[in-house]
Design a protein around this ligand. Structure first.
Ligand code: GUN
Length: 293
């Protein structure tokens, strides 16, 4: 039997719709500042999409594009200005940064209450401690997709393949908050296929194209593929195409539900960023959080 497709595009569109419906009732539209350093083509596309979707939701988009040779001090000074600007609710520094910049130090400059990526030490600590805070967008998107597919996640076995700061580790904590039994697997895990076959929910976040095959999947499992890998394909229009960390055609025969790439987790990340911008504005200003977010 073939798995049900988890339509991340539609679920993200519904979330963006709820955000757009909530924004006009706020005292003022929330504002998101996005900082892009350099000219990485993929980052430029992401930043353009973020700005477009921010405006489409009725919010204010502020873009700062800086040259690739921007000095650490100049970027820090820009962030300081954004931290102090009361009209700015959310700040996102697009990653990766050029190699000469100290990424951790830059993220550390962002006011945690405006850290819509949820990457500062303060927000990571709040997540560990179950305190209110801004949660990372991609893992939050994974939880929303799993809940949309399975309903209450209590007691489900969740295996997360990948231990990155951006996805794997925060995803583990978010699924734990959903009362899942969580296992984090990584490159040194023994017998990875057997471990993955214990998963009711399998999160693939390793960045290795089509690594997760049908033999990793318990029949009927919910498979969420975070990978976005560009592979060469002479038959594709531009000579390359996007694939996930899951071998989709093989896995869909075993899984109960599965996200496609593209059109699965990807659209959820920006929708969760917009949601975080609203949540940041509400927390900073003492506004009640709109219903449905
Ligand atoms: N680059 C790729 N994904 C992300 C993300 O979630 N946040 C930021 N800031 N940069 C990214």
């Amino acid at each position: 039997m073939s798995a049900r497709l988890i339509d991340g595009k539609a679920i993200a569109a519904a979330l963006r719709q709820r955000i757009a419906a909530a924004v006009p009732a706020l005292p003022r539209p929330p504002a998101l500042a996005v900082v892009l350093v350099g000219d990485d083509p993929a980052s430029q596309v992401y930043v353009r999409n973020k700005a477009r979707q921010t405006r489409a939701a009725g919010m204010v988009s502020i873009e700062h594009r800086l040259p690739a040779d921007t000095a650490q001090e100049a970027l820090a000074a820009l962030l300081q200005g954004l931290n102090e600007d009361d009209a700015v609710d959310g700040i996102l520094v697009q990653l990766p940064l050029p190699a000469h910049l100290d990424e951790a130090a830059i993220i550390g400059q962002i006011d945690p209450d405006k850290d819509v990526d949820g990457l500062t030490e303060a927000n990571a600590g709040r997540l560990v401690l179950n305190r209110p805070g801004l949660r990372p967008c991609t893992p939050t998107g994974c939880v929303i997709l799993a809940r949309d597919t399975l309903g209450d996640l209590t007691g489900k076995n969740c295996v997360i393949v990948g231990r990155s700061i951006l996805v794997g580790k925060p995803a583990a904590l978010l699924f734990l908050q959903e009362n899942c039994t969580v296992t984090i697997a990584h490159s040194r895990t023994r017998d990875l296929p057997a471990l993955c076959r214990t998963a009711d929910i399998l999160i693939a976040a390793v960045g290795r194209p089509r690594m997760i095959g049908a033999d990793f999947i318990k029949p009927g499992a919910c498979v969420i593929d975070v990978g976005i890998n560009r592979i060469e394909d002479s038959a594709a229009e531009k000579g390359c195409r996007l694939v996930g960390d899951v071998d989709f055609e093989a896995a869909r025969k075993a899984a109960g539900a599965i996200t496609p790439v593209p059109g699965g987790v990807g659209p959820m990340t920006i929708a969760c960023l917009l949601r975080n911008t609203v949540l940041a504005a509400c927390a900073r200003k003492g506004w009640p959080v709109p219903e449905g977010l």
